[in-house]
Design a protein around this ligand. Structure first.
Ligand code: MLT
Ligand code: MN
Ligand code: ZN
Length: 298
């Protein structure tokens, strides 16, 4: 399958519009590569493409990817729809950019679909532009995507978006997707939002050829030390750090097989700097960070 990393930054992008932290200042100066908010495109046949999350930057991201160019008919597009991992603003707001697109299908878990009907009421709005099909991505046995891919969704976290009032802590708000190309055996595990190392995640990783993983924060104290916000000192906003004893890098060390790529990088993350000690640590452990627009064959 073909995979394009359309954007690789967490909510707000890099640099973030209202941030003058050391890393954002270097990105403003052009010393570090800017990154748009996290979204991915996948295709089994190179003709039918599916978006994994739809960031507010999706217009620029689609225009920058030659494979996603519209045509041959005046309103034809290779984009067939969107798979949402969660209902976060940075993953869902791009749906409004796609409004009016013909015959799109959105796959989302029921709590995500409900949040986009009430707390962030995009569904009603989008229905007035074009009749999209909304499907439950957690359907038993998984589902098929045009172009030859098969998908299963796996609940990974109860992290609800900030805009949801009094979220039920028992609700699986976030899923990871396991996307398989039966023609080649390639398996992409897409998990850009991990609060903890989920039960069963090791088995998923063992069956994957490539994993795109939550790289929001490198270390557990990063948010507190980089910027002073109301979140300083609080748990890391539902994102498992890369480094440290319980971090994802240590958990990944048990696995030899999948190519492992961090995405959804927050603007405080030293992995944004290819010359940082954090980047050296990550590379030493066999993981990668790739630029926006990177194309992979999985
Ligand atoms: C997150 O991934 O934690 C959220 O997208 C944060 C945000 O709302 O920007
Ligand atoms: Mn996010
Ligand atoms: Zn910043």
């Amino acid at each position: 399958m073909k995979v394009i990393l359309l954007g690789t930054a967490a909510g707000g992008g890099f640099p973030q519009w209202n941030c003058a932290c050391a890393l954002c200042v270097r990105a403003h100066r052009g010393e570090l590569p800017a990154r748009s908010q996290e979204s991915v495109a996948v295709s089994g046949d190179g003709r039918d493409w599916w978006l994994l999350n739809a960031s507010p930057d999706i217009r620029t991201q689609l225009l920058a990817a030659p494979a996603l160019t519209p045509g041959p008919g005046p309103r034809d597009t290779p984009v067939r729809g969107v798979l949402l991992t969660d209902a976060e603003v940075d993953h869902a707001l791009g749906l409004t950019v796609l409004r009016g697109g013909a015959d799109l299908t959105v796959h989302a878990a029921p709590p995500v679909r409900d949040a986009l009907t009430t707390g962030l009421p995009l569904r009603g709005l989008l229905d007035r532009y074009a009749p999209w099909e909304w499907r439950d991505s957690t359907v038993a046995g998984g589902f098929a995507l045009s172009g030859g891919l098969t998908v299963t969704a796996h609940p990974v976290s109860a992290k609800a978006p900030k805009y949801v009032a009094d979220p039920d802590p028992g609700v699986p708000w976030v899923v990871a997707y396991r996307i398989e190309d039966p023609a080649t055996g390639g398996v992409l595990l897409y998990a850009p939002c991990l609060a903890v190392w989920p039960d069963g995640f090791d088995d998923l990783l063992a069956s994957a050829s490539c994993a795109l993983l939550d790289g929001t924060f490198f270390s557990a104290d990063e948010l507190g030390s980089a910027v002073r916000t109301a979140d300083a000192g609080q748990p890391l906003m539902g994102h498992l750090p890369v480094d440290g004893p319980g971090g994802s890098l240590t958990r990944l060390a048990r696995h030899r097989r999948p190519r492992r790529i961090y995405t959804h990088l927050n603007n405080t993350n030293p992995l944004l700097d290819p010359g940082s000690a954090a980047t050296e640590t990550m590379r030493g452990a066999g993981a990668e960070v790739l630029p926006d627009g990177a194309e992979l064959i999985v």
